[in-house]
Ligand binder design. Structure first.
Ligand code: ARG
Length: 400
């Protein structure tokens, strides 16, 4: 008696997920393993991965191109929410997980599988995001996580795989653990585990070292329509093109690197290096356009919502009623967030140097220090009398 008969396995082509195939069948009595590899714009050939799964024993090897959905339904929502986990990480990896969970559940339902599996270990955030995402979408499916239980080292996993004809990695394997998609790269482990070790240049791929960036600044104008980025330098672009072109433009100037110690869901602190060129600049630009078009109270209240929204994404609660409810608030606020932000890119910095919107509520007549000032200065006196009243009352009482 096995744990499940038919399983859909999230598949990346790497050692661990490949070993999962014979492991599920031989150790856990699974009869059929269907693999699913998601294309999220990681720029990797998926055909060889698809074939490898079949060689490892999968009965069916699925490849789903979900890049556009990833940007439209996940990344753009995060941009509208200006989400930065612990004020720094724009959640490039975290956002992919609920989408992969959905693809797994859809495939399990289509193929009549009774379980879904992934190759995450027990120490990371991704297991939480997959497990909770899957149970939210279909609570009747079992979730199998062999790598959480098998206790094999990497070497042991490789030799286990070899017993079943799985070729061991040809390249000397990199000391890093890397996750990659259109939004960015997350790199950890190896020498990076020492928080004092400066990341070697080899960990970066999407961003140039400052020493290699152009000596002239470059400007980019990003257009937004109701909070959604729609154009670069006046050219209307689809979601995927916009992100990939902006990644190139921004990364060339060495912008988008993050080196941080973060707090994982399972309580561990970890050191991670991120490269998320476009996403960081889009959040920065979007936030600026909001300051031009939203009222003070909405802008300030929304900061708290954003904090919670980012935590929900990081902690695997994308498919929660709270996230949906916050989405309703955020969507409502975006109605007037239409306009253009002008940014100067130079030597690792993206600096906003201009903004424009037909919905701007910045009022030059009120803001100006010039002769055409319309602000009633005398009215300020009465305002301050009342505004300061409680302070004055309190001060009199303690100082008398
Ligand atoms: N710490 C990041 C997160 O939880 C990335 C996790 C995957 N990172 C990796 N290097 N494999 O979203």
């Amino acid at each position: 008696m096995g744990r499940a008969k038919k399983v859909v396995l999230a598949y990346s082509g790497g050692v661990d997920t490949s070993v999962c195939i014979p492991y599920l069948m031989n150790e856990w009595g699974v009869e059929e393993v269907i693999t699913l590899a998601a294309d999220l714009g990681q720029g990797e050939e998926l055909k060889p991965i698809q074939e490898k799964a079949l060689r490892c024993g999968a009965v069916e090897s699925l490849v789903e191109d979900a890049t556009e959905t990833f940007v439209k339904d996940y990344a753009f929502r995060a941009i509208c929410a200006n989400t930065l986990y612990e004020n720094r990480y724009p959640l490039s990896t975290a956002l992919a997980r609920p989408l992969i969970a959905k693809l797994l559940v859809d495939a399990a339902e289509k193929y009549g599988a009774d379980a879904v599996a992934h190759g995450c270990t027990g120490k990371g955030n991704d297991q939480v995001r997959f497990d909770v995402g899957i149970m939210a979408l279909n609570p009747n499916l079992k979730v199998l996580a062999p790598a959480r239980e098998w206790g094999m080292s990497r070497e042991e996993a490789i030799s286990y795989g070899e017993k079943f004809g799985i070729e061991s990695p040809v390249k000397k394997s990199s000391p890093y653990s890397i996750d990659k998609n259109l939004l960015g790269r997350s790199v950890e482990a190896g020498p990076l585990e020492d928080p004092m070790t400066e990341p070697p240049e080899e960990v970066y791929e999407m961003t140039r070292a400052i020493s290699d960036t152009p000596d002239e600044p470059e400007y980019v104008e990003i257009g937004f329509e109701q909070g959604i980025p729609v154009s670069l330098n006046g050219d209307l672009l689809g979601p995927v093109d916009l992100i990939s072109q902006l990644n190139g433009l921004v990364g060339k100037h060495g912008i988008g690197r993050i080196d941080m110690i973060e707090n994982r869901v399972v309580g561990i602190k970890s050191r991670e290096i991120y490269e998320t060129p476009a996403l960081l600049v889009l959040i920065q630009a979007h936030r600026d356009l909001e300051s031009l078009t939203l009222t003070a109270d909405i802008t300030q209240y929304k900061r708290g919502i954003e904090q919670t929204y980012g935590q929900l994404i990081y902690q695997g609660l994308w498919y929660s009623p709270l996230r949906q409810a916050l989405d309703a608030f955020i969507t409502q606020t975006q109605e007037r967030v239409t306009g253009m932000i002008r940014i100067k890119l130079f030597k690792g910095n993206a600096v906003i140097v201009g903004r424009r919107s037909d919905n701007s509520i910045y009022t030059p007549d009120l803001a100006t220090y010039g002769a055409d000032d319309q602000f009633d200065h005398k009215a300020a006196e009465g305002f301050i009398y009342i505004w300061g009243l409680p302070t004055r009352v309190w001060s009199k009482s303690v100082n008398s």
